[in-house]
Design a protein around this ligand. Sequence first.
Ligand SMILES: [Zn+2]
Length: 173
Amino acid sequence: MIKTKLNALGIEADLPENIHFYDDGFISDLKKHSAELCKKYSSSLIQTKEGFFEFSVGNCSSFHKNNQTFVHIYYKNLIGAGQNIFNRGHEETHALVDLGQLYLLENLVKTRRLDVSPFRSSDEEFIADIGGLCALNSQHNQLNKFDKFLVYAQNCILGYSFKLEEWMKKNKF
Ligand SMILES: [Zn+2]
């Protein structure tokens, strides 16, 4: 087992020796980075979790090669520390799914006495957004009022999901 830290979520995972996690950090061109990873792992499949690159602000790509699994996350540098924390927490959650470790986030949500019912659904984007919120919650002290406003405003503009808004209200987030 190898201890791996997902920094935005503040989660530590014990990964089997053949499963690897990489946080590639800020990337200006998601599609280009995805293509480079595909080349590295000799994969022809350029993957995007959201289904398109144009409006995406981050991505998680997983590859299987020689009995090994490689999971990479990468994301754009956005306006405001809050957005970046949310975005990174979102992608880290996709990574947890691909690493087979999503239960770690579910446990965290449970510990905070928040509603875990979305984890029973197959809506990975919704769950990833909850991961984004949990990351914000973990790193709350780092954010000023303006950063918090930006997070709220951008989420509204992007219309992340009504489901997320409902979940936030229900949990008094
Ligand atoms: Zn996503």
